[in-house]
Design a protein around this ligand. Structure first.
Ligand code: PLP
Length: 350
């Protein structure tokens, strides 16, 4: 039986009512579909797609960077960024559990001949300046050439503070490293920190931003940074098969999201807080919440039973056999979805 069986919102709609597995499950709403339908298109590999050009230049300008590049995924956006920063035999310092190190199939090593040097991650999601300093290699023919520091914000929902991000970047730069930020959820970080977008954007040289998570587009990421770096990244994107022709359909969704969906991320964070409060009230396990994510470790270990119970109520979660369950709030959950999840949890643990 399909995991979505019995969860349909209406006839012909296979979307679960409340899918808490990830913010990547978000679907374009009517406004975004209208923007997609209205998009004037061209061949982006010829540089002729107006939507893509507008998205790349406007997001770069918004964040105070020289240029932008539209890519199909965040993984490819990080990868072309790393390839544009580093060459064979060079090394990237990165948090051990950061996406670039753990969840991108070692693409930088496989396709770029680069070494990934994993560093421990502090409680707040940051990399410690001392750990960065200690990991940078001396100029020694035995060793890789340390070239890049790759940060992540948010990390597991945690928004790393401006001060801690700056301290890590300063430590890297003092050792001659360039700085990349995997800002898949950059705008969640901004909402959580309550700072101006450029306050965070000015710290790294390059930033990769996902449009397909909390911002709600079907696909797409943007890499922003210095013009020469983005020009090299563009060549890598073509080589990796990421030149997408009339990708203005997706870029139009991105432009719409950047105009309409950024301010609403705070509502996802508030709903995550409310869900965390419910779980704490129920006293059923350990709860950690940051920005749009809740990590819940049920004390009784009945992960499968909880998942099945919630599924019966139209609430989808991704629970393993043990350990923390990640619950992600996003624009397609809304207040109705939150109520559904809250009531179902109260029935299970009440
Ligand atoms: C989602 C994500 C990415 C990119 O993932 P794609 O699925 O390739 O778009 C990169 N970094 C982080 C931290 C992410 O959460």
């Amino acid at each position: 039986m399909s995991q979505y069986a019995g969860m349909t919102r209406e006839q012909g709609d296979n979307q679960p009512i409340c899918d808490l597995r990830s913010d990547t499950v978000t679907r374009p709403d009517a406004g975004m579909m209208a923007a997609i339908a209205a998009a004037d298109l061209g061949d982006d590999v010829y540089g002729e797609d107006p939507q893509v050009n507008r998205l790349e230049s406007s997001l770069a300008e918004r964040l105070g960077k020289e240029a932008g590049l539209f890519l199909p995924t965040g993984t490819q956006s990080n990868l072309v960024g790393l390839l544009a920063h580093c060459g064979r035999g060079e090394e990237i310092l990165v948090g051990v559990d950061y996406h670039v190190n753990k969840y991108e199939a070692a693409g930088a090593s496989v396709l770029g001949g680069m070494a990934l040097c994993p560093l421990p991650i502090a409680e707040d999601g940051a990399l410690e300046a001392d750990a960065i300093k200690a990991a940078v290699k001396p100029d020694d023919s035995h060793m890789a050439v340390s070239r890049l520091l790759s940060l992540e914000n948010t990390h597991n929902g945690q928004a790393v503070s401006l001060a801690r991000t700056q301290a890590a970047a300063d430590a890297g730069r003092a050792a001659g490293l360039a700085v990349h930020l995997d800002g898949a959820r950059f705008f969640n970080a901004i909402a959580a920190l309550g700072c101006a977008e450029q306050d965070l954007a000015r710290i790294p040289d390059s930033i990769s931003i996902c449009l397909s998570k909390g911002l709600g587009t079907p696909a797409g990421s943007v890499l922003v940074g210095p013009a020469d770096l983005i020009a090299r990244a563009r060549r890598w994107r073509k080589m990796l098969g990421g030149g997408m022709r009339q990708s203005g359909l997706l870029a139009a969704a991105g432009l719409y999201a950047l105009e309409h969906n950024v301010d609403q991320l705070g509502e996802d964070h508030a709903r995550a807080e409310a869900l965390a409060a419910t779980l704490r009230q129920l006293g059923a396990g350990t709860v950690n919440q940051a920005s749009n994510m809740v990590y819940f470790t049920p004390e009784d270990g009945r992960h499968a039973a909880l998942q099945a119970h919630l599924a019966d109520s139209g609430v989808v979660i991704g629970a393993g056999d043990s350990g923390p369950i990640r619950l992600v709030l996003h624009r397609d959950v809304g207040d109705a979805g939150l109520d559904l999840a809250t009531e179902a949890l109260q029935r299970f643990y009440g």
